[in-house]
Write a protein that binds this ligand. Structure first.
Ligand SMILES: Cc1ncc(COP(=O)(O)O)c(C=O)c1O
Length: 418
């Protein structure tokens, strides 16, 4: 069972709440650092192991700098994410551009920046040439295995997925890239989301290693790095087990020896582009109770809303909640925990057993370190909230609260005729 930790003692939290208004996001940088070290140490056998952090999970330049200092690269899915990675000082050769339905100017920018281009479709080869009048010497393709894999429950069936190059297209893509002058080749796939089963990710490695061998056998093209994607899960529920990176590393190591070393295709750089499993458990949305109301059900209304954290409303995702100062009280009251949007699905939890709650209580919503603040939005003109980072025992503000001026900054004061 995974323990639901708080990054502070109760008294430290109280001192912090004296200084900063709720709601806010708080990230435990020390926890992120220990986690990264644990994962890198599990894969210390793997040649040049790297995780390209999925910027979409937590797109804050200070977080990216911290991760970069720990040896991570970046996986960007859009031009602004590429720029963010650049501004965090992440080198182009440590940045993968994994986009889909890509705009011409994004191809152009990625080529100019010299990042690793990970193409989502065979037709994108032509788009790159047309838009950039060049083809990169280092290129990667995203593979969609189709019926070869079932996908997991969250990401869905690969046959239905819009992403990636098919089994029949993949070898031809590399041959075309070689004909265009590419000399360094990567192979990427992403067929899981929030997957806690080590065997599932291991099977992805088997599939990718087997494909590396097929590309060599059929085209004589040597793949120099594989990107096994993101999608490693975190224990959102207290009863979930933590993902076992040592077990994953051991099973991938065996497959590496069996398929890659035995075919003389070693060294093959092994990379991932995990986001959630890097920062997810180390983020907290801290919010205060505005109202407790008793209607046909009992409601706890917070000063945060689904505009701060939409995962529960979007996917019915579970986020554990701790009531500060009541950690040891009986959870004998059932509540819906809501925000203030004019949407009835603006709920952080439905029928959640919690201690009796009073106005003014502070609720800490766990596992909000990935795909959380970044999925925020402005509906109902809700302003987005500040982010703080705890590092080496200090607390830093890394994003201020949005203001009304920020909100209206893209609206023109006078209409402009076009
Ligand atoms: C292409 C790609 N890579 C990596 C990720 C990161 O996934 P996770 O944060 O679950 O590891 C995503 C998530 O949406 C993705 O679409």
């Amino acid at each position: 069972m995974a323990e639901k930790r708080l990054p502070f003692s109760h008294s430290e939290f109280s001192a912090l709440l004296e200084k900063i208004p709720t709601p806010f996001y708080l990230y435990d940088g020390d926890g992120i650092r220990d986690n990264v070290r644990k994962i890198y140490s599990a894969f210390s056998w793997a040649p040049s192991f790297k995780n390209y952090f999925a910027v979409k999970a937590l797109p804050n330049v200070h977080i990216l700098r911290l991760l970069s200092s720990l040896g991570l690269g970046a996986d960007a899915s859009s031009l602004p994410e590429l720029l963010l990675a650049r501004d965090a000082g992440i080198a182009p050769e440590d940045t993968v551009f994994t986009s889909n339905d890509t705009a011409d100017e994004e191809f152009r920018a990625a080529i100019n920046m010299g990042v690793i281009l990970n193409l989502d479709d065979e037709s994108h080869i032509d788009r790159v040439i047309e838009t950039s009048h060049a083809f990169p010497s280092r290129i990667c393709f995203r593979y969609n295995p189709g019926p070869e894999r079932t996908g997991n429950a969250i990401i869905g069936n690969p046959v239905e997925a819009k992403y990636g190059v098919t089994r029949d297209q993949i070898v031809r893509c590399y041959e075309r890239a070689r004909a265009l002058g590419s000399t360094k080749f990567g192979l990427h796939t992403m067929v899981a989301s929030n997957e806690l089963n080590v065997d599932y990710i291991t099977e992805t490695a088997r599939m990718v290693f087997t494909l590396v061998k097929r590309i060599w056998d059929e085209a004589g093209i040597r793949i120099s790095f594989v990107d096994l994607g993101g999608g490693v899960g975190i224990p959102y529920r207290p009863e979930d087990k933590e993902f076992d990176f040592n077990a994953l590393s051991d099973s991938i190591h065996k497959l590496y020896d069996e398929i890659i070393v035995s075919s003389s295709l070693s060294p093959l750089k092994i990379t991932f582009e995990m986001g959630r499993s890097i920062t997810g458990p180390y983020g907290y949305l801290v919010s205060r109770v505005r109202h407790v109301s008793h209607k046909y059900k009992d409601y706890v209304g917070l000063d945060a809303s689904m505009a701060d954290l939409m995962r529960p409303a979007l996917y019915g995702a579970y986020h554990h909640i701790t009531v500060l100062g009541k950690e040891n009280a009986m959870c004998d009251h059932m509540y819906d925990v809501t925000g203030s949007l004019c949407e009835n699905n603006d709920k952080f939890a439905i029928d959640r057993m919690l201690p009796e709650i009073e106005r003014g209580d502070v609720l800490v919503i766990h596992d909000a370190g990935a795909h959380s603040h970044s999925m925020g939005f402005n509906y109902n003109a809700k302003l987005r909230h500040a982010e703080y980072l705890k590092l080496d025992g200090r607390i830093y503000k890394i994003r201020r609260d949005e203001t009304y001026s920020d909100y209206v900054s893209t609206m023109l004061s006078e209409m402009e005729e076009i």
